[in-house]
Design a protein around this ligand. Structure first.
Ligand code: NAP
Length: 306
């Protein structure tokens, strides 16, 4: 595959940055990849496993001369990172991010970037519950969506190069405005995560169900909740703090539906339950038809990196 950028800087060296580094290398998409992480321990690990070509001790050093800078830190840390690197970016460089929330990240990062910088916010819809530099893998983005939320005035060439990078890593790319992104993700990701966190918390509270029973019989649905609820606490705290309005909107609707189902169960309204579950089953079929999951038993999830 053709090289798209001469130099790419990854700020933050966790699951997403690590996977990008491996995918960029595997597909020959950049001449050099530099990287920076906050702690010495993470930088050392990244050096040991040669995750990127050059691990730098400061973010400023990592972005020096970079054509593309990718912010791969938790949403709540993006603003501070942008403030640090803003004055040191190469004129004409593109800055993007991979944050799960877009409006709050744009408000936090945008003011620190000069007029000669192209800011193209992004969000790959791919991940696992694992964190850190050793959790990345080159195929994480294959056949997954990456949403870009550029503003109307953003230079198209910058958007197109970034699109080519994501496509080079195997992703499908879509564009939408940041507000719409945050609502879509509140429905498809953020609220489901909150429900999973709650369900696992509830099971933990049910003293009549012992720990060993929860683990032993977890295959029946609960196991997927525990997988989701094992996701990184920092990132998910930031997601809910920064996508507050959309999440509360969806959560309000969820609570209403939950009460309706609760009433149907109490009143023995089997018809309502059956119709409801028939509708939701059709949504599952749609997801499989769109290639976003597999119809295999247990969702085809066999390894730890599912
Ligand atoms: P991760 O594995 O936990 O890695 C986060 C990285 O950010 C680490 O290198 C960490 O450095 C660094 N970092 C944390 N706090 C920082 C701070 N205050 N200042 C500077 N650096 C800091 O996280 P991840 O899963 O790759 O997520 C990174 C971003 O991708 C987040 O914005 C998240 O919303 C987004 N995202 C995640 C997923 C997912 O499923 N995980 C999916 C799509 C998008 P140290 O290790 O040195 O602390």
């Amino acid at each position: 595959m053709a090289q798209i950028y001469e130099r790419v800087a990854l700020i933050g060296l966790g699951l997403i940055a690590g996977s990008m580094a491996l995918a960029i290398r595997r597909n020959g998409l950049a001449g050099e990849v530099t990287g920076y992480a906050r702690t010495e321990a993470t930088r050392e690990t990244a050096r040991r496993i040669a995750l990127v070509d050059r691990v730098c001790d400061t973010a400023v050093e990592a972005v020096k001369g970079a054509d593309l800078v990718v912010l791969c830190v938790p949403p709540g840390a993006m603003g501070a990172v942008a403030r640090d690197i803003g004055p040191h970016l190469k004129p004409g460089a593109t800055v993007t991010d991979v944050g799960s929330v877009k409006q709050a990240v744009i408000s936090a990062v945008g003011p620190h970037l000069g007029p000669e910088i192209h800011f193209v916010p992004g969000h790959p819809l791919a991940g696992t519950e694992h964190s850190g530099p050793e959790s990345g893998f080159a195929t994480l983005f294959v056949n997954r969506w990456c949403i870009l939320t550029p503003e109307a005035h953003t230079e198209r060439a910058a958007v197109e190069n970034l699109t080519a990078l994501w496509q080079g890593m195997g992703a499908n790319v879509d564009e939408m405005d940041a507000e719409h992104h945050d609502l879509v993700l509140a429905v498809t990701s953020h609220t489901p995560h909150l429900i999973a966190y709650t369900m696992v918390g509830v099971a933990d509270d049910l003293r009549r169900v012992t720990d060993s029973e929860v683990i032993k019989y977890s295959a029946s649905g609960f196991r997927d909740f525990t997988r989701i609820a094992a996701s990184d606490p920092t990132m998910w705290r930031d997601v809910f703090l920064t996508n507050k309005d959309a999440t509360l909107e969806v959560l309000g609707r969820f609570t209403e539906e939950l009460f309706a189902l609760q009433r149907a169960i109490r009143q023995g309204d089997g018809e309502l339950l059956f119709d409801y579950f028939t509708r939701t089953r059709a949504i599952r079929r749609g997801i499989i038809e769109a290639g976003q999951d597999t119809a295999a038993p247990d969702f085809g999830r066999v390894g730890p990196k599912s």
